[in-house]
Ligand binder design. Structure first.
Ligand code: NDP
Ligand code: MG
Ligand code: MG
Length: 337
């Protein structure tokens, strides 16, 4: 088994007294900034004027422009959208990357695919929580932590590894465990996971199930409960105790159906296509398309987003969730911008 790093074996001293600039205050940015601050570290947020700027001010963290934050920080964590990082890095961060500073990421995309090439005399590493930013914050507040990955790309000072571990502890990820990886492995597996299983695979599976029931004449509300709402309850059991715990809790009839029908849905052809998706990620085909999509103003992204928002399952879900206020009770609200 690979070595996992937990809180008690990490000395955060190395990061104490250093100024940490969190560039961006979105999903990951707000979580890293607030968690690090509450862990006792010296944090400044670097952000342009706008919604995020206002949110950071309201949360009481020190806020400056990206350039000012990058100039004064020892450790610079870039938590901007991946497709914006290159431009902001070149204009507002690179000029202040003096020798011995540390440049950080939460995903290896830009370094791995050659969009950002940091100078040789700075530390370069990533700390990537394996969960959405709002959960990184919520779990930290609850005393828990989203597990994370760390990877060293360049160790100019000899301290990169210790800094990465201390940072991972500061955001709470060492409570769940930190696992060492490389930029290449993190980038490819993160993209594959979100595309094939977590986001792409799951949303298409749910949608196909919902449509199959509705097209066969069953009530949309029932189809929503059956294919989307209940998914969380099932996944929670897998999260807590693996597939065996989930199968222990469901009926034997459900378990039997799982065994005989599951492989009819997710068969060898699905796995073959997963391998194609993995190859596209590995050889840069996916990255090239996404970079071009951004350079041309996101025409396809906009169409996909609109189609997703207009799907019947969203309309039905919105009405049903409004009648279940307990779903979001006591939780930090995640608003769709
Ligand atoms: P978000 O889209 O949630 O946040 C982006 C932030 O960047 C916002 O605060 C936005 O501010 C700001 N921003 C955008 N453009 C600029 C600009 N030109 N100048 C200054 N600020 C700007 O990003 P994520 O948190 O999703 O992603 C950040 C990084 O974390 C990425 O590398 C991603 O791959 C990685 N990651 C994300 C995860 C997640 O849970 N979302 C999970 C693990 C890793 P404004 O309000 O002004 O637009
Ligand atoms: Mg991910
Ligand atoms: Mg990702």
């Amino acid at each position: 088994m690979s070595k996992m790093y937990y809180e008690n074996e990490i000395n955060e001293q190395v990061l104490q007294g250093k100024k940490i600039a969190i560039i961006g205050y979105g999903s990951q940015g707000h979580a890293h900034a607030l968690n690090l601050k509450e862990s006792g570290f010296d944090v400044v947020v670097g952000i342009r004027p706008g919604k995020s700027y206002d949110a950071a001010k309201e949360d009481g963290v020190e806020v400056k422009s990206v350039a000012e934050a990058a100039a004064e920080a020892d450790v610079i964590q870039i938590l901007l959208p991946d497709e914006r990082q290159k431009a902001v890095y070149e204009a507002e961060i690179a000029p202040y990357l003096t020798p011995g500073k540390a440049l950080m990421f939460a995903h290896g995309f830009n370094v791995h695919f050659g969009q950002i090439t940091p100078p040789a005399d700075v530390d370069v590493f990533l700390v990537a929580p394996k969960g959405p930013g709002h959960l990184v914050r919520r779990q930290f507040v609850e005393g828990a932590g989203v597990p994370g990955l760390f990877a060293i790309y360049q160790d100019a000072t000899g301290q990169a590894r210790d800094l990465a571990l201390a940072y991972g502890k500061g955001i709470g990820s060492a409570r769940g465990g930190l696992l060492e990886t490389t930029f290449a492995e993190e980038t490819v597996t993160d993209l594959f996971g979100e595309q094939a299983v977590l986001c792409g695979g799951t949303t298409e599976l749910v949608k196909a199930g919902f449509e199959t029931l509705v097209e066969a004449g069953y009530q949309p509300e029932l189809a929503y409960f059956e294919t989307l709402h209940e998914l969380k309850l099932i996944v929670d059991l897998m999260f807590e105790g693996g597939m065996a715990t989930m199968r222990y809790s469901i009926s034997d009839t459900a378990e039997w159906g799982d065994y005989v029908s599951g492989p009819r849905i997710i068969d060898a052809s699905v796995k073959a296509r997963m391998k194609e998706v993995l190859t596209d990620i590995q050889d840069g085909t996916f990255a090239k398309r996404w970079i071009e999509e951004n350079e041309t103003g996101r025409p396809e992204y906009t169409k996909f987003k609109e189609a997703g928002a207009n799907h019947q399952i969203e309309e039905v879900g919105e009405k049903l969730r409004a009648m279940m206020p307990f779903i979001n009770k006591g939780k930090q609200k995640v608003t769709v911008k």
